[in-house]
Write a protein that binds this ligand. Structure first.
Ligand code: CA
Length: 471
């Protein structure tokens, strides 16, 4: 096969876009017609999970195909060591043109600058929504306009100047819809005249939940920075419940307005591929670095191993191989993306990469030995703003067992203060909304040791180490 026949790869990733704010995932709160085009023309993964639900660590896992204890990015404060092997570098070795445009968030300068890319133009840190600065191949340049539009503009500029005889891999990384949410002028008044439905678990009282849940500072009604996040103070005279609902509306509308810009710009890139006549030979992915709580359990943010945070949206199309409108329940992980792209590009997958190619799943043939459980680890402990305990756990098709070991263990951005370790068990079949911790329920006495054994096997298989377990 000549290199020109290798598929192009367009990897579009946003930041904190939960799947339950995408209409192809059945959103009750918005429409995403362009992202839906990818799902309609390809496959939707209903069980794609991140291995650590926070920005920089997920990005490092995607680039390397490895868990964070191996790629060195356990925390949002850790910088990526660009000497590591990544899939863009391996694609370059087989004649791909590579670029990353938009959000990097793995540090800047020296070893932390993007490597493995023929072209890179990334926003510093979290970046700005309006009139953002981009660092283009090391040079800082500010542009007038809205970051989501500009990111797509620069992607199209790069596609126009590429060598059309060679395949490309482009990472289009949107900053949006990361907090604090600033929509574009175009969508500033979207949803003005309607109320967005509140989620079923909006008023979760955490009655059986671990102390870790009670201590977390992610509650819409208590922990948001009202003026920064909501840009207004609640009207006087509201009851506490009315005030919480008011805050939710302010939050979710700006979040969804930011999503609307992403969706529009996904459409622009899809249109570009079609007009250029390369849609048939281009793999297109839309995903986000993790999920997000959209008022679920009364929260914003992520970090916890609960479904809204753990689940990544993942839709992918490649007309040559993937049946249009297909859906899979097969469990995929962010560390699988790298192996998948290498597989399509005909590159041997390095043995130390921990993910597995999704290509068989995408072809409609889930291998018999496909995983039925996954290992998760959130390393940051009591970070300054969200105060979540460090934890690890296992998710199987039916259960989720979480161990809040609650120690900093030297992880950057953590507060080195001990908390009593806690276990949580969720029966997803009986309790899909994850409202009840059944760890102490005698009905699960036989399930728990088996889950602990399986969790330990997964942990050791990815070369991680257990923390002393209590209780
Ligand atoms: Ca993120």
């Amino acid at each position: 096969m000549s290199s020109s026949k290798k598929p192009n790869i367009l990897f579009i990733m946003s930041d904190d876009h939960a799947s339950h704010a995408m209409s192809c995932y059945g959103s009750r709160i918005n429409e995403t017609p362009n992202i839906d085009r990818i799902a309609n023309e390809g496959m939707r993964f209903d069980n794609c999970f991140c291995t650590n639900s926070i920005c920089s660590p997920s990005r490092a896992a995607i680039l390397t195909g490895k868990y964070n204890h191996l790629n060195g990015v356990k925390s949002i404060n850790d910088h990526f060591d660009g000497r590591q092997m990544t899939y863009p570098k391996l694609l370059q070795q087989v004649d791909y043109q590579t670029a990353i445009i938009g959000k990097w968030h793995l540090g800047h300068g020296g070893l932390a600058d993007p490597t493995g890319f023929d072209f890179w133009s990334v926003v510093p840190g979290q970046g700005d929504y309006h009139d953002p600065t981009f660092i283009e191949m090391g040079e800082y340049k500010q542009y007038p306009g809205y970051v989501t539009d500009l990111t797509a503009d620069f992607c199209i500029d790069w596609l126009n100047t590429r060598d059309k005889e060679r395949p490309f891999m482009l990472m289009c990384h949107h900053k949006a819809p990361h907090r604090p949410w600033h929509p574009s002028a175009k969508y500033a008044n979207l949803y003005d005249d309607i109320d967005i439905p509140e989620p079923d678990t909006f008023n979760d009282d955490y009655a059986t939940k671990p102390q870790a849940v009670h201590e977390a500072k992610m509650r819409i009604d208590r922990d948001m920075n009202v003026l920064v996040d909501l840009k207004a103070l609640p009207p006087a005279g509201l009851t506490p419940q009315e005030e919480k609902s008011w805050m939710y509306q302010r939050y979710i509308k700006d979040y969804l307005r930011c999503v609307a810009s992403i969706d529009e710009n996904v459409g622009r890139l899809l249109d570009y591929l079609e007009e250029a006549g390369i849609a048939d030979n281009t793999i297109v992915v839309y995903t986000s670095d993790q999920g997000f709580f959209l008022g679920d359990h009364g929260w914003y943010d992520k970090r916890f191993m609960y479904e809204e945070s753990l689940r990544m949206p993942f839709v992918i199309k490649y007309p040559k191989e993937i049946a249009a409108g297909s859906v899979t329940e097969a469990m995929a992980l962010n560390i699988d993306f790298t192996a998948t792209f290498l597989d399509y590009a005909g590159v041997e997958i390095p043995s130390d990469m921990q993910g597995r190619s999704l290509r068989s799943v995408l072809n409609g043939n889930v291998p018999e030995d496909w995983r039925t459980s996954m290992y998760y680890r959130y390393w940051m402990h009591l970070d300054q703003f969200h105060n979540v305990y460090s934890h690890y756990g296992i998710r199987t098709e039916r259960y989720k067992l979480i161990y809040y070991y609650a120690e900093a263990l030297g992880t950057s951005g953590s507060f080195d203060e001990y908390r009593e370790p806690e276990w949580e068990l969720i029966d997803l079949e009986r309790d899909p909304r994850e409202l009840v911790n059944v760890y102490g329920d005698p009905a699960y006495a036989e399930v728990i040791p088996a889950l602990k054994t399986e969790m330990r096997q997964l942990q050791l298989a990815v070369l991680d180490e257990p923390v002393e377990e209590v209780g």
